[in-house]
Design a protein around this ligand. Structure first.
Ligand SMILES: *Cc1c(COP(=O)(O)O)cnc(C)c1O
Length: 332
């Protein structure tokens, strides 16, 4: 017996559309790490009509999924230089972070007699693949002389760093333009920064965890967890609830459900959301009414707020979503 842990693709699509309205610019879905553990190909098929493109981490990830979408695919991190031309041939927009890789992209463009679309990150970019400050001017000057069109980007990380990261990025952008490089677009935000900056001035936003419902109250949670009840007890009748003392239990009933670490639920959820304790395969929930053995309880569904569910646990929505052992995985 296991809990049902599923992804609702309709919710993912609705969330994508809400991001589009919120940002006012194209939404590109980040489906790295095999779609945050839920299948990159599956998310790409589901989101085909609701996003404008897809980001994968690297060339290996992009190669696996290229056939699954007509939409453009771009890379977040730098690919090996000898793969630059193949990526461009496959219609993948490479992330170019070194002069050698820039030259490889320009070589492709010259053979094709067509400018190469590339992304150039300014640190902090994915995997620290972006240009450091002293690399910006030489890179911009080299790019100005080559047939490349540049989508310049960075990654706004923690909110307390956004002001300095934005200033640094704007300075890099001015230096690219002053050098005469062709900057055709800019993007700086993942879900967290995009949530805080409605009507973005960027050319696109890169949304990953936000598709699952994180960071905005008007989104739905795309993951559903339904756990079967295996036992029901009066909370005052048990000397302890798993590893927790009973005085912590504020409700008259306890429902024992089949759901635990082995399903990807962390111990850090205990003490929140009426979860009294969690073990390998069972969790103890505090309830106002006695449940029936055999019925299922929803720990999470579309009406849940993913960030509220994880509040005070120290678990990031990324860590939570990628760590769940969903039901489909077992069927494969
Ligand atoms: C993973 C990643 C994203 C997506 O982040 P979310 O917080 O999941 O939206 C965006 N940009 C970059 C560079 C990333 O590495």
């Amino acid at each position: 017996m296991r809990p049902r842990i599923d992804l609702d693709e309709d919710v993912v699509r609705r969330n994508a559309r809400r991001w589009r309205e919120h940002a006012g610019v194209p939404v590109w879905a980040v489906v790295k790490a095999d779609g945050y553990g839920w299948g990159a190909a599956r998310l790409m098929r589901a989101l085909q009509d609701d996003v404008d493109g897809f980001f994968l981490a690297d060339a290996d990830e992009a190669r696996r999924v290229r056939g699954f979408s007509r939409r453009p695919i771009a890379l977040l991190a730098e690919a090996p230089i000898d793969q630059t031309a193949t990526l461009l041939d496959d219609g993948v927009i490479p992330n170019v972070a070194s002069l050698d890789s820039l030259v490889a992209a320009a070589g492709w463009a010259k053979r094709r007699r067509y400018p190469a679309r590339i992304r150039v990150g300014i640190v902090p970019a994915a995997g620290w693949s972006g240009l450091l400050d002293d690399a910006i001017d030489p890179f911009a000057r080299a790019a100005a002389a080559l047939p490349v069109e540049i989508q310049l980007w960075t990654h706004l990380t923690a909110p307390e760093l956004w002001v300095s990261q934005t200033e640094h990025f704007e300075s890099a952008r001015r230096r690219f333009e002053a050098a005469g490089a062709r900057v055709t677009g800019v993007d700086v935000a993942g879900s967290l920064a995009a949530a805080a900056r409605p009507r973005s001035l960027d050319s696109l936003v890169r949304i990953g965890i936000g598709l699952f419902g994180a960071f905005r109250d008007d989104l739905e949670c795309a993951v559903r967890i339904e756990a079967p009840v295996t036992a029901v007890l009066r909370s005052d009748a048990v000397p302890s609830a798993g590893y927790r003392l009973p005085e912590r239990v504020s409700k008259p009933w306890l429902a024992i459900v089949r759901s635990g670490y082995s399903d990807g639920l962390s111990l850090r959820l205990a003490g929140t959301n009426n979860i009294v304790s969690i073990g390998m395969q069972y969790a103890v929930l505090a309830r106002n009414e006695p449940e029936r053995v055999g019925q299922t309880l929803r720990l999470l569904d579309a009406s849940s707020n993913l960030c509220m569910f994880l509040e005070n646990t120290g678990i990031s929505p990324h860590e939570f979503i990628v760590g769940l052992r969903h039901t489909e995985a077992e069927r494969l």
